[in-house]
Write a protein that binds this ligand. Sequence first.
Ligand code: RAT
Ligand code: ZN
Length: 413
Amino acid sequence: MMQDLAMLKREVEKAVEEVKITDVHTHLFSPAFGELLLWGFDELVNYHYLIAETMRRQDMPYERFWALDKKEKCDLIWRTLFVENSPISEACRGVLTVLQKLGLDVGARDVAAYRDYYAGLSVGEFVDKAFALANLDCVIMTNDPFHEKERAVWLGGVDKDPRFLAALRLDGLLMSWADNYKVLQADGYEVDEGLSGKALAEVRRFLVDWIRRMDPVYMAVSLPPTFQFPEESARGKLIREAVLPVSREMNKPFAMMIGVKKRVNPGLGDAGDSTGKAAIEVVERLCADYPENKFLVTMLSRENQHELAVAARKFRNLHVFGCWWFLNNPSLIEEITRMRCELLGLGFTPQHSDARILDQVIYKWEHSRKIIAAVLFDKYADIARTGWMVTPEEIKRDVANLFGGNFWAFIER
Ligand code: RAT
Ligand code: ZN
C-alpha cells in the first residue's frame, strides 16, 4: 500500500505538471493589442497587489507615488518589500518564482541584471516562453468595449491569436450605465439613461454586435457584495432584458464575479478594492429562474465559498471557478479546493490566474498546480484505502478536466 501510494503521488504530480491549461480568467492581451499587453520586470513589480503592500509601509502621500514613473515605482516597491523586509507575501514570492523559472539568479538580488535579461527579449519570444513555462494552452482575456484603447484595436480589426481568447466584460454597461449610455448613443444605438422605448432592444443589439466582433467565450461582470437580483435598477433591467436573453440565445454564459467592494481606499486606485460577503440567494435564484441560462460564478469572500459549492450541487447550470484575487493564496486555495472536491467531486474549475502581467502566469500556475496536485493525491489516497486504485489514464482524464476540460464542456453544453 505504501508503495502504491508513493507511485500514485508521482503519477498525480506528473499529470498535473504535464497538463495543458486553459486559464479561464486573466487580464492579459495578445501582442496585437500593443501596449495593453504588460510584461517584464518593472511591470511585474508594479502589480497592484504589491502596490497595496508597499503603501501600507510608506508615509508617502498616494499622489506622490502615482506621480513617479514606472521605474521609480518599481525601485520603491523593490526596496520596501524585498530589501527592507523579506518578501514572503504571496505576491512577493510570486516575483521570485518568476525570476527563478526564467533561470535568473534570485539569490543575487540584482535588479539591473533582471532588467537586462528582459531587454534582450522580444514580446513574441516572451509570450512563447511564458506559455511554455506555465504550460498553457490558452488564456481568456478580459475585454472591455468601453476601454478607449482596447475599443480602437477591436474596431480596427484585430488579427486573432488562438492562444488568447476573448471574454466580453460588462462592468462598463452594468455598473456604470449612467456614464456609459452616451457611449452607446455615440455608436448609433438608440438608448436613453432611463432605458425607455426601444433602449433595451438596442442594448441587445450592442451586445450581439460586440459578440460578433470579439467572439468571446463568455460575458462577465464583477459585482459588489450588495448585488441583488431581480431589482428595479438600471443594472437589474439590463441583466434581465439584455444580458440574460443574449447570453442564452448566443450560448455565451454569464460569468458573475461577486463580492468586490470597489475603491474602499480610492487613493490606491486598483489596489484600493476590497471584499465583502454577498448573498448566495441571488445566485440560487438566478440559476433557478433561468434554467436555460448558464452561469459561471466565482465569489471573493472566503465566507461565501461553502455555500457557493453547495449551490453548485443544486444547479447544473452553475459552474464554479477559481480562487479569486484575495483567495489566490496557498492556504486558501488548499482549503477551498479540498472543500470543493468533497462537495463536487471533480466537477468544477479549481483555478484561474487573474494574471495582469504575462510573467505572472508562470508563478500563479506553479504555485496553484502544487496545491491542487497535493489535494488530489489526498483524495485519491482516501479512496485507495478502500481498494479503489485510480489508473494513470484516469488520473490524466481527471486532471485534464480540472485544468480546462470541465470548463469547455460547460461552455459547449
Ligand atoms: O485580481 C485583480 O487584479 C483585480 O484587480 C480585478 O481585476 C479582478 O480580478 C477583476 O477581474 O475584476
Ligand atoms: Zn480579474
